[in-house]
Ligand binder design. Structure first.
Ligand SMILES: Cc1cc2nc3c(=O)[nH]c(=O)nc-3n(C[C@H](O)[C@H](O)[C@H](O)COP(=O)(O)OP(=O)(O)OC[C@H]3O[C@@H](n4cnc5c(N)ncnc54)[C@H](O)[C@@H]3O)c2cc1C
Length: 567
């Protein structure tokens, strides 16, 4: 596995129709060219050309209609593997193009999950006609606190209602064919999801709250008439639909991040390799080689982890809910790693990263968004921590999951069931992966894991510490690294990633583990015993200059001038 190169990639892992859709999308952007891409970004121009392209080629319709709604079209299915390929491509060319697709996915979630057959059929038709969709969950005053939603649906009798209230930060809500709107029944106080149309006279698109190509709307419903036909779900089902939709959507943020970092990487390495200072190329400086190699291995690790996480998303079932751990890690860890990659590259290319003609300028701005959307890093970490005890101390038995690139429909994602019971979910034993590769840095990392387990068992966080989010966040970072490394090794085994590269990935993993251990050590509430365990986690990777040079030359420097967007 390597980084996406739009000029070279053939998407061989996909079926012929999907492959062609990916190539067609790449052609759209390459024909548009970099100058126009940048001009539209600077002018904050609504991406009507891209939406026209997607409608003409039925891009969203083919990729986002589950088989059940496909009406005999064998190309239509919900296939996480190919959706991620498109996520990566759209991120590669610009986050706004990805965002309109992403919020369409979110908007479709409660619609596809709904038992309302007529509404599902209408959705399939609108999508086939090229429609985009929106997800009206957030409200101005409440942020992550969904319990406080104030959008109200007032029953009038005879299956009729009126909806009143406002939503905030809602992508596509200027033009969406349907907006899935989350609110509460004013009589029963139960949650409810219903669909509204943006061209209805009682729908007000108040304003765009951001200054970008995207339309991230504030919208208001003023006595908007609703009937039972527009109701998607109620009560616990509506609540679950909100969270299960976010489960599907937030996975995409990691893949958009990978796309952004990849394009930025090509620009950075090509620039640095051609810039001569004091009679030397910038890429000849040892510290620049370190920065690039770190950026490359981090980026590849992001892709390896996220690829393996696809396998768990696609093989999920009510009996195998392991995806609920790996999915938030894609959302939270991969997106923050993306920020690190851009920081590293920016340290190399310095002033160039500000230039208006570069892709990098957009990447440096947009990369900040991804950790913050669809649940902040904190919210996802709070979720992940619930899995920690079973992950470390109570593994379950599961059949081995092979790679999941087949042209199958991921129907379970729209039938995920209740969102509770997270603490009971079991995982397969992480030691199996770690024992499968005998490499110096993996060995050190395993010692660090043992030290963490020692802390959890022998200097167990107190009740007070367990309620302190600040303390928990750092423990969560350490736990995340263990699961991150596990899936990286699993896919390295399945896809044959070579020892040198894998060991170099664990070079930064060991350093990151050490850094978080020091963070934990420094917490004001950390006990003497906990600090001692933290010191056992402080380790240094094995440095191998020969291996470093090999990776630098063969994998990293080799990417100079390998890709340049059509001007
Ligand atoms: C460009 C953009 C597009 C968006 N698109 C959409 C969309 O299409 N549809 C939609 O519904 N929403 C959308 N959103 C809203 C987005 O999902 C919210 O920004 C997000 O849910 C977080 O809310 P907030 O930013 O208001 O932060 P707040 O909820 O105000 O959080 C403030 C702080 O408290 C922390 N915090 C809050 N709750 C917890 C918790 N339980 N545990 C630990 N820490 C916590 C947060 O991490 C954060 O640091 C969009 C936002 C933006 C900026």
């Amino acid at each position: 596995m390597d980084l996406l190169n739009p000029h070279e990639d053939r998407f061989d892992h996909l079926d012929p129709t999907s492959r062609e859709l990916m190539r067609e999308t790449i052609r759209f952007f390459e024909n548009k060219g970099k100058a126009k891409l940048k001009e539209d970004d600077h002018e904050r121009r609504w991406y009507a050309d891209f939406l026209e392209f997607q409608a003409k080629h039925k891009l969203f319709a083919t990729l986002l209609t589950p088989a059940e709604q496909a009406d005999g079209d064998s190309n239509k299915r919900w296939d996480t593997a190919r959706n991620c390929a498109l996520n990566e491509i759209l991120g590669f060319y610009g986050l706004p193009y990805w965002y309109t697709w992403q919020v369409t996915i979110l908007g479709l979630g409660p619609l596809w999950m709904s038992p309302n057959t007529a509404m599902r059929e209408k959705t399939a038709r609108l999508l086939d006609e090229g429609g985009i969709f929106a997800f009206g969950l957030s409200e101005k005053a409440h942020g992550a606190d969904l319990y406080s939603s104030e959008m109200m649906l007032t029953p009038l009798g005879d299956g009729k209602y009126v909806a009143d209230g406002g939503k905030y930060y809602i992508g596509n809500a200027n033009q969406a064919a349907l907006v899935s709107t989350f609110g509460r029944d004013s009589d029963t106080d139960e949650y409810v999801f219903f669909a509204v149309e943006t061209d209805h006279p009682h729908y007000e698109c108040v304003k765009n709250v951001v200054n970008s190509q995207n339309y991230v709307a504030e919208y208001a419903l003023h006595s908007y008439p609703i009937t039972d036909q527009e109701i998607l779900s109620r009560g616990r089902d509506a609540w679950d639909a909100a969270l299960n939709t976010v489960n599907i959507g937030k996975f995409n943020l990691g893949w958009a991040t990978i796309g952004i970092c990849t394009h930025a990487f090509y620009e950075a390495i090509t620039h640095a390799a051609n810039r001569n200072l004091y009679g030397k190329y910038v890429t000849d400086f040892p510290h620049i080689q370190e920065l690039f190699t770190d950026a490359y291995t981090r980026l590849l690790a992001m892709k390896l982890f996220s690829s393996r996480a696809i396998d768990y998303m696609r093989s999920a079932s009510s009996k195998d809910r392991r995806y609920l751990l790996y999915n938030p890690i894609v959302k939270m860890k991969v997106t923050t790693e993306g920020e690190t990659v851009i920081n590293l590259l920016w340290d190399v290319i310095a002033a160039k990263g500000f230039e208006k003609d570069t892709y990098f300028e957009m990447a440096a701005r947009d990369i900040r968004a991804l950790p913050k959307l669809e649940g902040t890093v904190h919210v996802n970490m709070a979720l992940i921590i619930k899995f920690m005890a079973n992950y470390f101390f109570n593994p379950g038995e599961f059949p081995e999951i092979p790679r999941q690139n087949d042209a199958a429909d991921d129907a379970f994602l729209f039938n995920q069931g209740p969102t509770k019971g997270l603490g009971k979910i079991q995982f397969h034993d992480f030691n199996t992966a770690y024992a499968s590769r005998d490499l110096p840095n993996i060995q050190i990392f395993r010692d660090q894991i043992e030290a963490l387990k020692g802390l959890l068992l022998k200097a167990t966080p107190t009740e007070e510490q367990s309620k302190n989010m600040d303390f928990l966040l750092t423990i969560g970072e350490l736990f995340t690294l263990v699961a991150y490394g596990q899936l990286i090794i699993e896919i390295a085994d399945l896809d044959g990633v070579e020892d040198d590269l894998l060991d170099r990935i664990f070079d930064f993993m060991v350093r990151d583990f050490t850094r978080y251990a020091m963070d934990l050590y420094s917490k004001s509430g950390a006990s003497e015993a906990q600090m001692e365990h933290c010191l056992k986690m402080v380790r240094k990777p094995v440095r191998n200059p020969e291996r470093f040079q090999k990776i630098w030359q063969d994998r990293v420097y080799a990417l100079k001038e390998r890709y340049e967007m059509n001007p």
